[in-house]
Ligand binder design. Structure first.
Ligand code: ADP
Ligand code: MG
Length: 369
């Protein structure tokens, strides 16, 4: 696979949220045109795209139209029906394919295949009814966390079980198949964003340290405050992953770092990722540009870190801070153009940059606590 798609061509994006918007901005800067398929009209990506198609992600005539209007298609969202991508492949060029999408959509399949291929994950059990849940808790012990196999994101579809009193809440998830995981007392969370061009080249971005609040990514700190060995191991896992799964495009691999510096994979996303937003300002090439280069068969750009960064997500409740944030010289404000404001909805993000990591971490603490 080494089709080269040059600027002037049109890139189709399935999914019209903020990831699509930032992909589109990067692509347009390089001279590409953008067509987006998204059910909701005038969303974050459509606002910067050349063509908008409003239909469900698996609408056959909309997908046909997208294929006709574009030279290459990518997706920015992992809950697209796999069948739609599979069918679309017959008439369109989608370097990301559907296989990793299918795997990442189901936590049972994801963890099982990762383990089979030699990638370590948290110990887990498959659970689909109340009896099984009690049985498996005996094996994994409290505390543990129950997650729906499909459809969960940003901590939705998860219940942490500290003791028996949390069982009733956990039962509410059991309408679908779930995974029960041991609740890890990890040292920290990191992620590796890795890109593989259809020309075969692979590049990993600097490893980021991720801080979650209420199971939603809150902050990303780069460079991650981990040992050189952990950084090296995480990058090796990322490169090995791309080769093992033979994937083209960008993947985010979320990992837990244990007390003994062992690394476990938490989950993967076959797309650009929130924990890579820092790369827009802090790296020579952003994850968005890198992904566009990868699917267009271009040489990958340098992922070198040019400045230290702390990225903070702006949820609905943080929007009141925007005026203050706009006054800060080393802070870049990104707003996604979303209209419906909800307390925990990702509305934008900010990236603080600088040469002194401690200083920027303290600066963020003063503003966001
Ligand atoms: P989502 O799809 O919602 O991102 P994740 O499995 O990544 O689901 O969980 C979200 C966050 O919840 C993780 O980043 C981590 O902070 C916490 N978490 C998830 N699983 C575990 C676990 N087994 N032990 C400890 N914390 C966990
Ligand atoms: Mg996650």
């Amino acid at each position: 696979m080494s089709k080269v798609i040059l600027p002037g061509s049109t890139i189709g994006i399935i999914g019209g949220g903020q990831l699509g918007r930032m992909l589109a901005i990067a692509a347009k800067q390089m001279g590409y045109k953008i067509a987006v398929l998204e059910p909701t009209k005038n969303g974050p990506c459509a606002q910067v795209a050349d063509l908008e198609i409003n239909a469900s992600y698996d609408d056959p005539s909309a997908l046909k139209q997208l294929a006709e209007k574009t030279d290459v298609i990518t997706y920015e969202f992992e809950n697209i029906p796999v069948k739609a991508i599979c069918n679309l492949e017959k008439c369109a060029y989608i370097p990301q394919g559907y296989r990793l999408l299918e795997i990442s959509q189901n936590r049972v399949i994801e963890k099982t295949i990762l383990n089979e291929k030699g990638f370590k994950t948290v110990d887990f059990e498959i659970v689909s009814n109340q009896e099984q849940l009690k049985e498996k808790i005996e094996i994994l012990k409290y505390p543990c966390v129950l997650k729906t196999a499909t459809g969960g994101y940003d901590g939705k579809g998860q219940v942490v079980l500290k003791n028996k009193s949390d069982l009733d809440k956990a039962y509410t998830l059991l309408t679908n198949s779930c995974v029960l995981e041991k609740y890890m007392n990890f040292k920290g969370e990191i992620s590796a964003i890795v890109t593989r061009s259809t020309n075969g080249e692979i590049k990993v971005f600097p490893i980021s340290e991720n801080i979650h609040v209420n199971n939603i990514l809150s902050k990303t700190i780069v460079p991650a405050r981990v040992s050189a060995i952990v950084e090296k191991k995480a990058k090796e896992i990322a490169i090995n992953f791309m080769k093992t799964f033979d994937f083209y495009g960008t993947v985010a691999i979320e990992m837990f770092v244990l007390e003994n510096d062992e690394i476990l994979i938490n989950e993967i996303a076959p797309r650009v990722h929130n924990s890579g937003h820092y790369s827009i300002e802090a790296c020579f090439t952003s994850q968005f540009e890198e992904h566009i280069r990868a699917i267009c068969g271009l040489k990958l750009g340098s992922t070198e870190l040019v400045q230290k960064a702390v990225m903070v997500n702006l949820l609905g409740k943080d929007l009141e801070k925007v005026t203050e944030l706009l006054q800060i010289a080393n802070c870049k404000v990104h707003l996604y153009g979303k209209t419906g404001v909800k307390t925990n909805r990702k509305m934008g993000h900010v990236t603080f940059i600088g040469t002194n990591q401690e200083k920027i971490i303290n600066q963020v603490k003063e503003i966001f606590g």
